[in-house]
Design a binder for this molecule. Sequence first.
Ligand SMILES: Cc1cc2nc3c(=O)[nH]c(=O)nc-3n(C[C@H](O)[C@H](O)[C@H](O)COP(=O)(O)OP(=O)(O)OC[C@H]3O[C@@H](n4cnc5c(N)ncnc54)[C@H](O)[C@@H]3O)c2cc1C
Length: 279
Amino acid sequence: MCAYLRPTSQTEALAALAQRSLTVLAGGTDYYPSKVGKPLLDDILDISAIASLRGIRDAGSHWRIGATTSWSDIISAGLPPLFDGIKLAAREIGGVQIQNAGTLAGNLCNASPAADGVPPLLALDARVEITDTAGSTSVALADFILGNRRTLLRADQLLTAILIPKLAHTAHSHFAKLGARKYLVISIVIVAATLEVEAGRVRAARIAVGACSPVARRLPQLEAALIGKPCDASLGECASVGLLAPLAPIDDVRASREYRLDAGLTLVRRVLGELGARV
Ligand SMILES: Cc1cc2nc3c(=O)[nH]c(=O)nc-3n(C[C@H](O)[C@H](O)[C@H](O)COP(=O)(O)OP(=O)(O)OC[C@H]3O[C@@H](n4cnc5c(N)ncnc54)[C@H](O)[C@@H]3O)c2cc1C
């Protein structure tokens, strides 16, 4: 007989995790589909009833997104233009039922190369808060995801929040993904970008691409090339194949390596052009 625990406090959840091996469940929208046709033998720690883990708040130097905050919570939250990219991503996750149940934190912990939440959060320079019974620490999202379905989390730890630093200058973000159809699809390429703008020019840029390497990656060479460029629809022309390092797409059933690189460049150009025209 499997155990099913549904604590209402973080302290209770962490104490349970410290005592025994439990599978953490938030919305279950990655977990249950992975169990189709298999027996459900895991002892479950369902964190969805921990009210303190839900919601988005202004924490002074940064925004704090609690671990059980759903995609729908993101869509309906009143947030500055910096969050436009993650809101666009949220609207394209599955359908409304998946957006209501699924969480951003679950998307990160599942660590799929095609997770739509990872590129927009990398482009926001997000950190994740990791908590165990000894306390909390935070790490950059870029260091949290180690590879395909691998993260830094130990079995006795929870990801308790996603932290988004506030920026000194006006900043806007954007998101686009390519799949074989419009909805309910695993992405072939995902692109997210954040631009900090000063006097009509790019002050800083963060571009991240997903589904084109085992872990979504920022594009440091392209980011450097964009600094000082005028913000307008021509911004996309700064992107070239040579500036797409360190992407390393794979061939799989959804697309070939060459197609992914070509589509990646097209999508990067489109996202930058649309963002440049908007800010
Ligand atoms: C029909 C359908 C469509 C989908 N469409 C998309 C899509 O378009 N794009 C996309 O990226 N994904 C999609 N998904 C995948 C999924 O909905 C998302 O990844 C979702 O964000 C997962 O969140 P969850 O809360 O349901 O995670 P869960 O399934 O509850 O958990 C996922 C994993 O993370 C762990 N975990 C969860 N929360 C924590 C925590 N706080 N601390 C420690 N570990 C934790 C769990 O142990 C588990 O291993 C889809 C899924 C379905 C079924």
